[in-house]
Design a protein around this ligand. Structure first.
Ligand code: AMP
Length: 442
């Protein structure tokens, strides 16, 4: 089996990895790290929770160290883009941990907060910038950030970043980045049409697919519970009564739905916090923090929390409503069974969600076992609800794409933006020292 020490990583990076207690690279790390180190464009596909972040952060830090360059003011040598504030912030935390001995600088920028601290962080130049696309473009437009000296770009959750909502912003950013450019894309899902689109931005890429795309980890015990839409609130309360105190994420399709479900759970004595794009940034941060530290064992979320969020010990994921985009299902349930753990996923399926269920099953190439028997559909049932939007993009039910000439929703919708100091991931198994700042030694 490959060891971290055999991958060609810098000593200062290796020492941080071993301080984390990680001995063996995961398969995606073992396979992707050498190619990223060589400067190749890489498309990395691996299941949720299998260490993709370190798969790109560790070789990136090593490459930047080897180049011994300095970033002039307003520029950044490497750019990592992510679809949500929470994920950007979490990547910043990982850079702080893995880069703590390197002296490399990084900052995290996203919308929903004031510009000042971000402008100051950018002003001195950075080794690594983690950003959501909309706020980054704001800084570029204001002359506070420049893209032309960036030579490495990483798209985390790449299929979402290349989807309708984000695509215009990504195109603009990538066209402003200097050449030659190394482009690295990672995700657990990569629908073939999006993969084809990705080629527009890639040069002779190495594809590292540890598992077929869209395959959830086998350690997640999945089940579908057939229930009428109107009976879902009661079914959820019943289900949670059987799982009291378990760290659980309940996914709803809409923001309003998330609030309603959280309120109902609270009425039944469950500690539940809601997170979605209509909440303010401090509210979002508080909800996630309460979930991570166990004050609220239940997080009720839209797809804002479907991707990337890594909280230790999530035992149960409930799809209160099935997602419109089948890939979201894989990401949602991937919040459990991370880093070798096991987990359970229950999908509530109303008659008008049967077609969504079959789309999900088709994509995964397997059926989800029924917890109860599927009742026969009545005439007219089983058709998707008309109001549903089937655009991709994970925007928690809001349509993606351009809206009235405004910025595409991928940048403004519920998932994105915000400023994040690189706080340590509080849920890590080992507690390393040296938390980063919005700008600071990584
Ligand atoms: P990620 O998929 O990058 O969010 O990582 C999922 C979890 O696996 C995180 O909690 C990481 O800290 C952890 N992790 C990453 N790499 C390793 C490794 N080589 N060995 C054990 N755990 C790891």
């Amino acid at each position: 089996m490959t060891k971290f020490s055999e991958l060609g990583l810098a000593e200062t990076v290796l020492s941080a990895v071993s301080a984390e207690g990680y001995e063996t690279p995961t398969p995606i790390q073992a396979q992707a790290i050498p190619s990223v180190l060589k400067g190749r464009d890489v498309v990395g596909i691996a299941q949720t929770g299998t260490g993709k972040t370190a798969g790109f952060v560790l070789p990136l830090l090593t490459r930047l160290l080897a180049e011994k360059k300095q970033a002039p003011g307003r520029s950044f040598r490497a750019l990592i883009m992510a679809p949500t504030r929470e994920l950007a912030s979490q990547i910043g935390d990982s850079i702080a941990v893995y880069g703590k001995n390197t002296g490399l600088s990084h900052a995290v920028i996203f919308g929903g907060v004031k510009h000042g601290a971000q402008i100051r962080a950018l002003a001195g130049g950075l080794d690594i910038l983690v950003a959501t696309p909309g706020r980054l473009l704001d800084h570029v437009a204001a002359g506070k950030a420049r893209l032309d000296l960036t030579s490495v770009v990483v798209l985390d959750e790449a299929d979402q970043m290349l989807d309708l909502g984000f695509m215009p912003a990504i195109r603009r950013i990538l066209s402003g980045v200097g050449k030659p450019r190394q482009t690295v894309m990672f995700s657990a899902t990569m629908p073939p049409p999006i993969r084809a689109l990705a080629d527009d931005f890639l040069h002779n890429p190495v594809t590292v697919a540890v598992t077929p795309q869209a395959r959830p980890v086998d350690r997640i015990e999945q089940g579908v519970f057939y229930v009428d839409g109107g009976a879902k609130p009661g079914a959820l309360v019943d289900l949670m009564a059987k799982h009291v105190g378990k760290r659980t994420i309940v996914f709803t399709r809409t923001k309003r739905g998330a609030d309603k479900v959280a309120k109902r759970l609270a009425e039944y004595g469950h500690g539940a916090a809601a997170i979605h794009g209509n909440k303010s940034q401090p509210q979002r941060e508080r909800a996630l923090a309460a979930f991570k530290d166990g004050k609220s064992p239940i997080l009720v979320a839209t797809d804002i929390a479907a991707r990337g969020i890594d909280v230790d010990g999530v035992e149960l994921v409930i799809n209160y409503e099935l997602p419109n985009v089948p890939e979201s299902y894989v990401h949602r349930i991937g919040r459990t069974a991370r880093a070798g753990a096991t987990g359970q996923a229950v999908a509530f399926c109303a008659p008008d969600e049967r077609s969504l269920l079959s789309d999900i099953e088709k994509m995964m190439g397997r059926q989800i076992p029924g917890i109860n028997d599927a009742p026969p559909l009545q005439p007219g049932e089983g058709k998707p609800a008309k109001s549903r939007n089937r655009n991709r993009g994970g925007g928690g039910g809001r349509p993606q794409g351009h809206q009235g000439g405004k910025r595409p929703q991928g940048q403004q919708g519920q998932g994105q933006q915000g400023q994040g100091g690189a706080k340590r991931r509080p849920n890590r198994r080992r507690k390393p020292s040296g938390a980063g700042q919005a700008r600071g030694a990584a």
